[in-house]
Design a protein around this ligand. Structure first.
Ligand SMILES: *[C@@H]1O[C@H](CO)[C@@H](O)[C@H](O)[C@H]1NC(C)=O
Ligand SMILES: *[C@@H]1O[C@H](CO)[C@@H](O)[C@H](O)[C@H]1NC(C)=O
Length: 128
């Protein structure tokens, strides 16, 4: 009986944990699951819009990371700007805060991930 109670408790905890994922969230609320679209058979990342001061969370479960770039050129690595918490890691999460208006790209700096679609374009407007 103890075992089945335990199993039911685990199921309840899992169900509670999954509920937020089922709720559609507006951009840039996120969290955004960060993976290689072409490898995972998912559509490319949609272009996002945000305001200065907005934060979006990227989460990943394999070797990825996040950097900013002013260019969509995946090879322009000298333009890559570190994002706090965004270093490459086996799994991770980073809060990405937009600090200046304009067009900015969030890129995975690992291997060829960017050219395989792990790049998201953001149009950031001035804070309201
Ligand atoms: C996103 O922006 C890129 C570059 O400006 C453009 O080529 C692409 O069509 C846009 N994607 C969507 C879904 O609007
Ligand atoms: C992101 O921000 C939220 C809210 O402040 C915080 O709870 C969370 O720990 C942060 N995540 C990371 C990866 O820094």
């Amino acid at each position: 009986m103890k075992v089945s109670f335990y199993a039911a408790a685990v199921l309840a905890i899992c169900a509670a944990g999954l509920l937020p994922l089922a709720t559609p969230t507006p951009v840039p609320a996120g969290p955004i699951t960060w993976l290689i679209p072409s490898e995972s058979n998912v559509p490319p990342y949609q272009n996002g819009t945000a305001s200065v001061g907005d934060t979006v969370t990227y989460v990943w479960s394999m070797y990825h990371g996040v950097v900013f770039s002013t260019s969509p050129d995946c090879n322009a690595k000298t333009l890559f700007q570190q994002i706090p918490g965004g270093a490459d890691s086996a799994s991770g999460a980073a809060n990405v805060t937009f600090t200046t208006p304009g067009t900015i790209y969030v890129i995975c700096p690992v291997g060829d991930h960017c050219s395989e679609g792990q790049i998201q374009k953001w149009t950031v407007s001035s804070a309201a």
